[in-house]
Design a protein around this ligand. Structure first.
Ligand code: PMP
Length: 285
């Protein structure tokens, strides 16, 4: 069955969903995107994703030619058109077709693309036994160069780190900022548990402020678990009682080994399990 894609103003079969080879999204990675999940027919935190998309676009002076409500509706319509109630949505805005130079003023219309598909989760075993990750030598881009808070089409920084992870046999890799502080993983935010307290790097450590991250922080607070944004270094991860990652695709996933060092007991810990259950409960609601 061909998928149905939303392109700019209508739903079209995937073979008709095309962008120009002159699109600056392709030529320069000039654009922004979002990854969203739908559970039982409802998109999780749709408004937060739409707000982050428009903030990313604003930060690169890209004016999305549709109102937020129209883009939100396109997300729901695309899921429905593909008969997906539990699915993954990729929302992409490119700068549009232009000349071969960098100048974004010489592009025409930004392209608004919504793709819905089934979600391929990590194998169950990773959730039950925990992930092994390594620290990448590739530093997270400095905010002064390109803010990691912008979810841009330019993911090479993360891809370079992901390659390092994959070469070490790991599906995720930890990224440090230029000061050597823990930032995030290539596509997930990172948390540790120390003495019953939940700790995660602040936005200015050079992270994408994950929507799953924010949901987990709220769930922790509601469950009476003290949760703080603090600067973390690798020492804090190596000596933590528990560690886990959060992301739209991964949800909450335990980490039990970093750089060949066992974290805590070497098994997913009680706080991680509690927050995983709370997250599943939240998305079910
Ligand atoms: N950091 C990066 C670099 C990401 O690309 C993502 C999204 N995949 C995340 C963190 C997690 O964010 P969210 O919970 O909003 O998916």
């Amino acid at each position: 069955m061909p998928r149905i894609i939303f392109m700019n103003d209508r739903l079209v079969p995937e073979d008709q969903a095309k962008v120009s080879v002159f699109d600056h999204g392709l030529l320069y990675g000039d654009g922004v995107f979002e990854g969203l999940r739908s559970y039982s027919g409802k998109v999780f935190r749709l408004e937060a994703h739409i707000d982050r998309l428009y903030a990313s676009a604003r930060a690169i002076c890209l004016e999305i030619p549709l109102a937020k409500e129209v883009v939100s509706k396109a997300v729901n319509d695309t899921l429905a058109a593909n008969g997906l109630s539990d699915g993954y949505v990729r929302l992409v805005i490119t700068r549009g077709a232009g000349s071969l130079g960098l100048d974004p003023n010489k592009t025409s219309h930004p392209q608004v693309i919504v793709i819905a598909d089934t979600i391929s989760l990590y194998p169950r075993e990773f959730y039950e036994k925990g992930l092994r990750i390594v620290t990448a030598s590739t530093q997270r881009t400095q905010s002064a160069a390109l803010s990691p808070r912008i979810k841009s089409l330019n993911y090479l920084n993360n891809i370079m780190a992901k390659l390092e992870g994959l070469r070490a046999g790991c599906v995720e890799a930890l990224m440090l900022n230029h000061k050597g502080e823990v930032a995030e993983c290539t596509g997930d935010n990172v948390f540790v548990v120390r003495d019953g307290r939940l700790l995660t790097p602040p936005p200015d450590a050079g992270i994408l402020e994950g929507i799953t991250r924010n949901a987990v922080m709220e769930l922790a607070t509601a469950a009476g678990i003290d949760c703080r944004e603090v600067t973390l270094v690798r020492h804090d991860l190596y000596t933590a009682d528990e560690c886990f990652l959060t992301g739209t695709a991964a949800e909450v996933i335990p980490v039990v080994d970093i750089d060949g060092r066992t974290i805590g007991s070497g098994m997913p810990g009680p706080v991680t399990r509690r927050l995983t259950d709370a997250f599943h409960e939240l998305v079910r609601r």
